[in-house]
Design a protein around this ligand. Structure first.
Ligand SMILES: [Mn+2]
Length: 327
């Protein structure tokens, strides 16, 4: 695939040390992008380190080279740092030291870091963006391990090709990665079919908190800190829980509120299933994301925070309804 991509020329030139890093509470797309880029740059003869703040979630422990992932912050100044799958450097949850910072991403409206940034908000995943970069660099260096990491981000960010960011291009990328050695059945099994009993118990408690608002169009789930303690699980085990709320017929916006350690901060994930732009909602609370998947953090009393969220979502639902009436 012959296409001029500035970041490729920039990295080809780099002779000093490169850091590849991703956001905190990492997901399949962040970790997949990071490891794929790390493995490729190593094969291309570069001096590269990969790092993030948190541990690798259990479901991603089958990915190659996870033992090479260093913990952030790193008290060393790199020549170039590449932020993958995050709209802002602060999303990594700590400080980064580098002469230059470049972003590779697919989030809408992120921070502009460098003329070498490669951000495509039409892309289904950051690994799809990374695939494009690596193909333009040297397709022959993409091996089974790299393809496995890239495919992982593709299926986790598209909900296994179910979300509306799935297009014919998504399947083209999936085809390419499968030809390069990614095994769709194996990867899906590793991510979705290795549930721990404790995690199911956590899910059971979480589902018991289900509340519906606004004519059953808004579904809210809550993970209280005590649930994590009682089931001996951690916050990262809640990944995907919000989709149970989203799966309910008639629900247009699903919410999960996760109580942080300080008991007064709530990590909120929003999922949209219609015309509502949940990114707008998250943004009004200082967060961000995509039209159908977004998140934010809100500090406050549980009932108050929940009411604020439901009010704000109801406003968006009403707005969409008004707009559909005027058309
Ligand atoms: Mn992503």
């Amino acid at each position: 695939m012959e296409r001029f991509i500035p970041i490729v020329e920039r990295l080809k030139r780099e002779e000093k040390d490169i850091l590849v890093f991703t956001h905190e509470n990492p997901d399949g797309d962040g970790i997949g992008s990071m490891i794929a880029l790390y493995l490729f740059l190593k094969k291309a003869g570069k001096n590269v380190t990969m790092a993030m703040k948190d541990n690798v979630p259990y479901v991603y422990n089958f990915l190659p080279n996870i033992d090479d992932i260093k913990k952030l912050p790193i008290n060393h100044k790199f020549s170039v740092a590449i932020l993958v799958d995050a709209a802002h450097r602060k999303r990594c949850g700590t400080d980064i030291y580098s002469d230059e910072l470049i972003r590779i991403d697919h989030h809408v409206g992120g921070e502009f870091e460098s003329i070498y940034d490669y951000v495509d908000d039409y892309s289904p995943s950051t690994t799809a963006v990374v695939t494009e970069i690596l193909r333009s660099w040297d397709e022959s260096l993409i091996d089974k391990d790299i393809a496995t990491c890239l495919y992982t981000g593709l299926i986790t960010d598209t909900g296994s090709f179910r979300y509306n960011n799935t297009t014919s291009k998504t399947f083209e990328i999936a085809k390419f990665l499968t030809e390069k050695g990614a095994d769709p059945s194996y990867i899906s099994k590793m991510i979705f079919e290795r549930n721990k009993v404790n995690v199911l118990k956590l899910l059971q408690k979480t589902l018991s908190t289900l509340e519906l608002y606004n004519n059953n169009q808004i579904a809210v789930l809550t993970v209280f800190r005590e649930f994590l303690i009682e089931t001996n699980t951690s916050e990262e085990d809640t990944e995907g829980f919000v989709n149970f709320a989203k799966s309910i017929e008639g629900v247009k916006v699903a919410v999960i509120m996760i109580q942080r350690e300080d008991l007064k901060t709530w990590r909120v994930s929003l999922r949209g299933k219609g015309d509502v732009d949940v990114q707008e909602i998250a943004k009004s609370f200082g967060g961000g994301g995509h039209k159908d998947a977004a998140g934010c953090r809100i500090v406050g009393d549980y009932q108050e925070v929940k009411e604020k969220l439901v009010d704000r979502i109801t406003k968006s639902l009403n707005k969409v309804e008004r707009e559909s009436l005027t058309v």
